[in-house]
Design a protein around this ligand. Structure first.
Ligand SMILES: NC(=O)c1ccc[n+]([C@@H]2O[C@H](COP(=O)([O-])OP(=O)(O)OC[C@H]3O[C@@H](n4cnc5c(N)ncnc54)[C@H](OP(=O)(O)O)[C@@H]3O)[C@@H](O)[C@H]2O)c1
Length: 365
């Protein structure tokens, strides 16, 4: 068997064991809730992916803030998870890189032989530079990139798409909007044979939960926020959610991906829901409407994030921390997609979905 040209699926067995060569080498940046869920999924799904389409992804390098592990033949997810649980870093595993310095990640990406880089470090809008450097290092060294990190896309998506195009590699980001709910894939399908005119969307579960509690329970903003924190839906500092920054990032990503509008976060008019008055929510309810944090944009005109109203009990009136995206189509009219917009395993599955897309759209012998 020539390892550079391994057999297609269909039953070659060596010594009774299915021969599954490393057909997609993956560098993973970030080993938190999403990164760990993704590492588990890669192990769980490898055999079925190989049987179905010859795809056999393997982690060849993983980094967190305190360390990194590298193995050209593939790292064991169990070993990485055990090292993270016991010592707080993947660098403590048997394949840990000695002398690792925080800030070495972009060089690791550039210098490690791999096919795809997964960016799963935190989305920090105030400082997107490290994640941006990681993506630029991936694309610049001709590796495909999958980002669940919204921040670099929100500030520089047109430039990153251009860099990917120039280097003839792919930049994918389906987990950034809707997590496991396939918002971008649905948009792509809808746009085949019809035209998307407008998008109106609830893209932040935390703010939807707060506004839903205010409307259903008659709670004031701060009580509803405290409940969201208690249930783990909101951070103790919920600024990115309630000030509309998270929704703004997702609007930018959708507008670029769905409508080809080359925009960044600065092009979006943003109004949050911090301290929104209970009276406003109550008045809407009396008129048969619900107040929601809405991201809105169309083929032309303003991109906007602001509290707005949707008809009560209509498809956009989603409860708790759900997300909803309504596409207005030229021919098909309104189409609404509803689902969970967050979660480590859900987002890990979105990364795998992107890897499958890369595999299915890249020539391989
Ligand atoms: N969780 C969700 O539901 C969800 C949904 C959609 C998108 N996302 C996005 O997915 C990304 C990851 O989310 P998460 O929930 O997994 O976050 P998390 O649990 O906070 O994990 C972040 C990981 O990134 C590592 N990290 C931070 N800075 C790094 C750097 N410069 N180089 C290498 N690693 C670095 C952290 O290292 P340490 O472990 O050493 O701290 C940690 O392992 C975020 O961008 C988030 O916006 C998350």
């Amino acid at each position: 068997v020539n390892p550079d040209n391994p057999p297609r699926p269909g039953g070659l067995f060596l010594g009774g064991t299915a021969y599954t060569p490393a057909r997609m080498r993956v560098i993973l940046v970030g080993f938190g809730s999403v990164g760990q869920a993704f590492a588990r999924l890669v192990e769980q799904r490898r055999e079925s992916l190989y049987a179905a389409m010859g795809l056999s992804p393997r982690l060849v390098a993983v980094a967190d803030t305190r360390g990194a592990a590298v193995a050209p033949g593939g790292l064991s997810a169990d070993e990485l998870l055990a090292a993270k649980a016991s010592a707080g870093t993947v660098g403590a595993s048997a394949r840990g890189v000695p002398g690792w310095q925080p800030g070495d990640t972009a060089a690791l990406i550039r210098e490690t032989q791999a096919d795809v880089v997964v960016e799963a470090s935190p989305s920090v809008m105030a400082n997107p530079a490290p994640a941006m450097a990681n993506l630029m290092s991936a694309l610049g060294s001709r590796k495909h990139a999958v980002s669940v990190n919204k921040a670099p896309l929100a500030v520089a998506m047109p430039a990153l798409l251009e860099l990917a195009r120039y280097n003839r590699v792919q930049l994918r980001f389906s987990g950034t909007v809707g997590a496991g709910t396939p918002v971008l894939a649905t948009a792509r399908t809808l746009a085949q044979g019809d035209r998307i005119l407008r998008v109106r969307a609830i893209l932040n579960g935390t703010t939807n939960f707060i506004l839903w509690r205010m409307s259903e329970q008659g709670e004031a903003y701060h009580a509803a926020l405290a409940e969201a924190v208690r249930l783990g839906y909101a951070e103790t500092d919920p600024s990115a959610d309630v000030d509309g920054i998270d929704t703004c990032s997702k609007v930018v990503i959708l507008a670029n991906a769905v409508l080809g509008r080359r925009v960044t976060a600065g092009d979006v008019r943003v109004e949050g829901i911090r301290d929104i008055a209970l009276e406003r929510v109550r008045a809407a309810r009396e008129r048969g409407a619900s107040v929601k944090m809405l991201g809105e944009f169309g083929v032309d005109g303003t991109l906007r994030v602001a509290p707005g109203e949707v008809p009560s009990r209509g498809p956009m009136d989603v409860p708790a921390n759900l997300n909803a995206v309504q596409f207005t189509m030229e021919t098909a009219g309104e189409v609404t997609l509803v689902g969970r917009g967050a979660g480590g395993p859900e987002t890990g599955a979105a990364i795998l979905r992107d890897l499958v897309d890369v595999w299915n759209t890249t020539p391989h012998a």
